[in-house]
Design a protein around this ligand. Structure first.
Ligand code: NAD
Ligand code: MG
Ligand code: MG
Ligand code: MG
Ligand code: MG
Ligand code: MG
Length: 336
């Protein structure tokens, strides 16, 4: 592997000018990321309106005290338009409601580069286009901000029409609090491909399949499902928290020598070189557009494949066992 030089990381003090001051920001969508960006930006002194279609999260935005407009009207009134719709809906909403209402010098902003990188959205030449992508779930973008902490973020400039796009991107990142944790510069290509790879191979797809396989192995061998749940799912968080705080070193310091010895001898037997080869294939499908094409095509048909996979996963035994056990541990699920 080629050794790269260390990335430059921006913190509170290295983002001096507030390029976002005095600009009106339209947060389009009020879901996981939308509510967090809107509330954090408002708390750091920025003017925010919500652009959304009528329905559940429109009422939530109103209940949270925001002015709620149609996507078209919010775009028209604002200088900075942050698109926080589901990736699969961004293209159609952009064409119908956003594009006709953009004016020269506006900024079009994303939290994930998918639609720009895969050419679903082709913005006009006279607007700034950049992304500010928190590296964490939206509910934690808000929760950590309220606690005085933050989720780190990436930023990237795709198009600098005003000469101000980079300052604006950094200022936006500061506005949602991300400079408290660190903000790294990237490209749309790097953000899109690494984000898709991370969630598919490791964070979401990799971890859930690893947990299920461990649970199945124990239950099929005759052990109690409740014991298996605590062993391979509940305890996952406790182990990951130690790695989050102090890397693998802190986790391995905290576990017993028995566990640490077993970690070294058995980890590579389970996650083998074949698994790494498969990760390379997943990455290639992301890079060459195969994944984006499949996701987009399934969406165009009303997501039949997606919905079938979601239903099948909901039916896994570990979900029912876990639901019962968590009833007795209300502290594991504090309401957001
Ligand atoms: P979400 O599904 O939680 O919320 C989407 C919002 O858009 C909802 O308020 C919904 O009501 C609204 N909406 C959906 N279709 C609409 C339409 N046609 N017109 C108007 N409003 C509509 O979305 P999310 O998970 O927050 O993702 C938003 C963006 O942030 C995506 O680009 C995603 O890749 C990126 N992102 C998400 C996370 C995350 O934590 N979920 C993390 C990093 C980046
Ligand atoms: Mg979601
Ligand atoms: Mg993602
Ligand atoms: Mg991600
Ligand atoms: Mg143990
Ligand atoms: Mg130890």
């Amino acid at each position: 592997m080629e050794v790269q030089k260390m990335a430059k990381i921006y913190y509170e003090n290295s983002v001096a000018t507030d390029a976002l001051t005095g600009k009106k920001i339209a947060v389009i969508g009020y879901g996981s990321q939308g509510h967090a960006h809107a509330q954090n930006l408002q708390d750091t002194g920025h003017e925010v309106v919500i652009g959304i279609r009528e329905g559940d999260s429109a009422d939530k935005a109103r209940a949270d005290g925001f002015e709620v407009l149609s996507v078209a009207e919010a775009t028209k009134q604002s200088d900075v338009v942050m698109i926080l719709l589901p990736d699969e809906n961004q293209g159609s909403v952009y064409e119908a409601e956003i594009k006709p209402n953009l004016k020269a010098g506006d900024a079009l902003v994303f939290a994930h580069g998918f639609n720009i990188h895969f050419d679903v959205i082709e913005p006009p030449a006279d607007v700034d286009v950049f992304l500010v992508a928190p590296k964490g779930p939206g509910h934690l973008v808000r929760r950590t901000f309220v606690e005085g902490a933050a989720v780190p973020a990436l930023f990237a400039v795709y198009q600098d029409a005003t000469g101000n796009a980079r300052d604006l991107a950094l200022s936006y990142a500061k506005g949602i609090g991300a400079t408290r944790a660190g903000v790294l510069e990237t490209t749309f290509k790097e953000e899109t491909e690494t984000d898709l790879f991370g969630e598919q191979a490791v964070l979401c797809g990799g971890v859930t399949r690893l947990i299920q396989a461990g649970f199945e192995t124990l239950v099929e061998a005759g052990y109690q499902p409740e014991v298996a749940y605590f062993e391979v799912l509940h305890e996952m968080k406790l182990i990951v928290d130690l790695m989050y705080e102090g890397g693998m070193g802190k986790m391995r310091h905290s576990i017993s020598n028995t566990a640490e010895y077993g970690d070294y001898v058995s980890g590579p037997r389970v996650v083998t070189e074949d698994a790494k080869t498969a990760m390379g294939e997943v990455l290639a499908d992301i890079q060459n557009g195969t994944f984006a094409k499949a996701f987009t095509a399934d969406n165009a048909n009303g997501f039949p494949e997606f919905k079938a996979m979601r239903e099948k996963q909901k039916g896994h035994q570990i979900e029912a066992v876990g639901a019962t056990l968590r009833e007795m541990m209300p502290f594991v699920n504090p309401k957001n």
